[in-house]
Design a protein around this ligand. Structure first.
Ligand code: K1U
Ligand code: ZN
Length: 170
């Protein structure tokens, strides 16, 4: 297993649209294992392959309190979404320390393949629904700040660039 580098906003690679996984084979299971290690080390509740510069439709999540309920979703599709929406304060491992409110459907039904390549469906609400939608946005090249106003997004981009310059100078 290996810890992977998490791309930091505004890296343009975060806007890549990921391709579907053709076969869930040992190579894909290796990527999944590395993504779980990276997500747990970064104390995230989710991670999309896009964030580690792998442009395939793979996400890992664990929203449990004990951090003992790992879930992998390969080629995820939302097959049903509630008409009622909820506002949630989101964070992102590609924008450490930046949080803002995003409104999304409150409940979703998602179809995906598991690590054995078998299809399954889950109903999600609360943090799990927010997290799966946030990660699926990553696979479509979208970051949560793309849901905010241009003014807020530009401020965040400037803050992240400044932080990057300071890190490089140190
Ligand atoms: O995609 C990512 O970078 C992971 C992201 C997922 C996420 C968390 C909260 C709302 C939407 C999406 C994180 O894990 S950010 C980490 C974090 O600060 C956090 C952890 C637990 C609950 C809430 C935020
Ligand atoms: Zn994110």
């Amino acid at each position: 297993m290996a810890l992977l580098n998490i791309l930091q906003y505004p890296d343009s690679r975060l806007h890549t649209v990921a391709r579907p996984v053709a076969a869930v084979d040992p190579r894909v299971r290796g990527i999944v294992a590395d993504m779980f290690e990276t997500m747990y080390a970064a104390k995230g509740v989710g991670l999309a392959a896009t964030q580690v510069d792998i442009h395939e439709r793979i996400i890992v999540v664990d929203t449990s309190e004990q951090r003992d309920q790992p879930m992998v979703l390969i080629n995820p599709e939302i097959v049903q979404r509630s008409s009622d929406c909820k506002e949630w304060e989101e964070g992102c491992l590609s924008l450490p320390g930046i949080y803002d409110k995003v409104t999304r459907p409150d409940r979703i039904r998602v179809r995906a393949l598991d690590a054995r390549g078998e299809a399954f469906e889950i109903e999600a609400d609360g943090l799990l629904a927010v997290c799966v939608q946030h990660e699926m946005d990553h696979l479509d090249g979208k970051v949560f700040v793309d849901h905010l106003s241009a003014l807020k997004r530009n401020r965040i981009r400037a803050r992240m660039r400044k932080r990057q310059r300071e890190t490089e100078a140190a």
